[in-house]
Design a protein around this ligand. Sequence first.
Ligand code: ZN
Ligand code: ZN
Length: 381
Amino acid sequence: MQKAGVVVDEVTMVSVVSAVGGLGTLNVGMWVHAFIKKNRIVMDVKLSTAIIDMYAKCGCIEKAKAVFDEMAAKDSRAWSSMIVGFAIHGYADDALTTFANMEESQVKPNDVAFLGVLLACAHAQLVSEGQKHWASLLESGRQPSMEHYSCMVDLYCRAKLFEKAYTFIKNMPIDPDPVIWRTFLVACKKNKNLEKGELAGHKLLELEPYNPENYALLSSFYATCSEWSKMSHMRKLMRDKGFKTIPGCSSIEVDGTVHEFVLGDWSHPELKEIREVLSDMLKRVSSLGHKSNVSEVLHDVSDDVKEEALCEHSERLAIAYGILKTKAPVVIRVVKNLRVCSDCHEVTKIISRVYAREIVVRDRVRFHRFVDGVCSCNDIW
Ligand code: ZN
Ligand code: ZN
């Protein structure tokens, strides 16, 4: 467009900025933001909101907040982008305060704003606060969407209130979608609740018989519950149907290039160096007494092979590459397509301490910010 000599305006930039948010590449995002300023493109409410959203998705909530604070006029979309941004970063207090400020500013909360506060409450396990907002959502006369219901189920599940979650699901006026059942099943897996987990699993296979993710999840649920024959049955079903699990994939941006790492793919040109960092990482992590949580690996193989498989999870390759190519205080920013597994989460905490590096991982659901051995999610995700 620029080569063709067409003047770029704020409408163009909204699309560009949104695309960057999808990629999660902070450096490209900062370049685009600088481009907007340099070319004096009008920062209207829409564009500012898109930039807030982009910075939040690129893992830099401070920059999102700075753009938000500079806005002269804010509509409900701007407010809700900021609320959701805080929520996915685990800053529940900020999300709730922003929601309160929104109401104070006489801007009516929209669906997304409600979603943001519920998300924040779920991630911080603020059950009664979440229930309060749920009540005010109903009072506002809005029809809660599937996502709102999903957030409430998530809230109860994270707080380990199984019965409440289950009753809530049963009493929903609309049929729960697969996302809700998956949330419930993941919680059952974490808490090894076989009975309720199986129930959720059967619902999932009924609703989505062709989604390989459901079979993989159920299979790993059975592994966690040490139900090996049921696990094998699930894996057989997957094989019979010709399903393959989605491989984990993590990317990291280094010097303006996005490097992508897929589980089991060793085609990166700097493979030798990455392997060296990986083995150094493993040595340092194990010397601190970390024992791998091998239940995260499904294969019917011995524990040391399982441990090896864990070490090859895509986010570890991306983090190793970040350690190899960058120096502190540069933040290692990784974007992952799936949820982070509990073993990688533990290991990343340790790495952030022993290498003295800040690591931000965006997984499918939220952000994790690892600093000095602690994660911003407080181990609830
Ligand atoms: Zn992992
Ligand atoms: Zn975390």
